[in-house]
Design a protein around this ligand. Structure first.
Ligand SMILES: [Zn+2]
Length: 184
């Protein structure tokens, strides 16, 4: 499928430009500023949401919400938290810190976020890959210097289809809907 060009906005000069190469670092054709992946993701989610903004089952997703959903999929967020057991840090804070870290990793290139060919379709599928597991583990260690790091970190391995599982029931939430994964 050929990718459609989508209009993005430069964060530097605020001018719009079209590109079909979302998912890679883009350069603004007007001022040359870089538009990185996480910022692109934010803009694409905004555009995805706009025509759906009246839907009661959705609220506006943002880039951090989606990144969190991907790296914590299948209980991996909890597994990582329990493995590290950082003192004085509850799971909510932990999840938030790691989500910011993963976002930084995406922009710095040591975590890969694959964009769907059509980010504006009903169920766009994003995939996260920890291509440099050591780098990720070191970065997580850096977040929690008070932890005894003798034990190896288990890097989350998002399944190929992390956000992609076709909902078995059409009423199930879409991958970027606001509903939280059901807790068991
Ligand atoms: Zn620009």
């Amino acid at each position: 499928m050929a990718r459609k060009s989508i209009e993005l906005t430069c964060q530097q000069c605020r001018k719009p430009f079209e590109s079909a190469d979302y998912g890679q670092v883009l350069s603004c054709p007007h001022c040359g500023a870089k538009l990185q992946q996480v910022a692109q993701l934010g803009q694409l989610l905004e555009q995805w949401f706009y025509p759906r903004r009246w839907r009661a089952d959705l609220h506006e997703p943002n880039q951090f919400y989606l990144i969190e959903k991907l790296w914590t999929a299948n209980g991996q967020g909890v597994t990582l938290y329990e493995g590290i057991a950082p003192p004085h840090t509850n799971y909510d804070i932990f999840r938030n810190m790691v989500t910011r870290l993963v976002a930084r990793g995406i922009d710095e290139g040591w975590v890969q976020l694959e964009f769907p060919d059509d980010p504006l379709e009903e169920n766009p599928v994003y995939q996260l890959k920890f291509s440099d597991a050591d780098r990720f583990a070191r970065a997580v260690e850096g977040l929690f210097p008070e932890v005894d790091w003798d034990e190896q970190i288990e890097v989350p391995v998002p399944p190929e289809a992390a956000a992609t599982e076709a909902p078995p029931d059409p009423k199930e939430p879409t991958p970027i809907s606001s509903r939280r994964a059901r807790r068991r």
